[in-house]
Ligand binder design. Structure first.
Ligand SMILES: [Zn+2]
Ligand SMILES: [Zn+2]
Length: 320
């Protein structure tokens, strides 16, 4: 029988359904979402992935929403590089507003950089590599608008946003009340984002926000508690696959109840003291915690010395 092929199979494999009218796109290690608004046949984009994501987003939007290929707005859960990467290219194509929480504005207007990532927070290779991740914001002047303070989201009826700081100061999550769909950004994630192997395989586990890029653990904990209290039926996050059902709900409650053990790093730069931020961006950053690096360097030096000593020809006495 003749094989029926998709218009663009590669693109098709990059998007997935989350809930009625909600789709996700996965690119390398991060997700972004498209939400349809049936009342006026418009749609919004939530987050904008990496630089490489622009082409995929445009292709998927054409596929899903033709001829309504331009969104009414772009909503940002937060401004990290892996959630804003495609914006320069997208905004060349689409002249649309980008909405964010006002406490995220300093990192979206070039006024402030995020606090440095913490490679000493533990959890895997992604954490160790995190010192290479860009922490500079992006300048969206001319496009950036602040989300209304009443929790509503322009262009999205039936949805509201919830301020969920901790991972970043102006981080938000999006919630649709009637079927309890939650887009949680990086407030928590559905894979273990510190381990590269888990990020690639997208193993399913409700986990705290990425350890290496979360500079306020007290706020992060109350944000997860706030989201767990909603008892969402479907969750889709910045990293990992969308999850639904009772096992997910149980895992989310467990994470909220045992946040300190389950999510907070045992040591690291921001564990004892949080970074402080205000309307103009970062105001205080705790000093780097270098003890672990010195211990690692010491262990490495001892190992090298041990190998050198073991390889040294033995000074025996047979010659005598
Ligand atoms: Zn993030
Ligand atoms: Zn992220």
């Amino acid at each position: 029988m003749e094989k029926i092929t998709l218009i663009d199979e590669k693109i098709y494999k990059k998007w997935f359904a989350v809930a009625p009218g909600v789709w996700g796109i996965h690119d390398v290690l991060v997700n972004m979402y498209l939400i349809h608004q049936p009342a006026n046949n418009s749609w919004v984009l939530v987050d904008a992935g990496l630089k490489t994501s622009a082409h995929k987003i445009i292709q998927v939007a054409r596929h899903l929403f033709w001829p309504q290929v331009t969104p009414s707005a772009i909503i940002l859960t937060h401004g990290h590089f892996d959630h804003t990467g495609a914006l320069p290219a997208l905004l060349k194509e689409w002249d649309v507003p980008v909405y964010a929480h006002y406490l995220e504005a300093p990192y979206l207007t070039g006024r402030s950089a995020y606090p440095p990532p913490d490679p000493s927070a533990g959890g895997g290779l992604m954490t160790l590599l995190s010192w290479t991740f860009p922490r500079q914001g992006i300048n969206l002047n001319g496009h950036l608008l602040m989300l209304p303070e009443d929790g509503s989201i322009p262009g999205l009826e039936g949805w509201r946003y919830i301020h969920t700081p901790g991972h970043t100061p102006g981080h938000i999550s999006l919630y649709r009340e009637h079927d309890q769909v939650l887009l949680a950004g990086d407030a928590f994630v559905t894979t273990q984002s510190e381990a590269l192997s888990h990020v690639i395989t997208q193993s399913k586990k409700i986990s705290g926000p990425p350890k290496y890029f979360t500079p306020d653990w007290i706020s992060a904990e109350s944000s997860v508690k706030k989201l767990a209290a909603l008892q969402p039926r479907t969750v889709a996050t910045g990293h990992g696959k969308p999850l639904a059902g009772q096992a997910m709900q149980r895992q989310l409650l467990l994470l909220a109840e045992n946040f300190e053990k389950a999510a907070r790093p045992t040591s690291g730069r921001y564990v004892e003291e949080a970074a402080v931020a205000g309307v103009n961006g970062v105001e205080y950053i705790p000093p780097a915690n270098n003890t672990r690096w010195w211990l690692l360097a010491g262990a490495f030096a001892l190992a090298v010395a041990g190998i050198w000593y073991a390889r040294k020809p033995a000074n025996n006495s047979y010659d005598a």
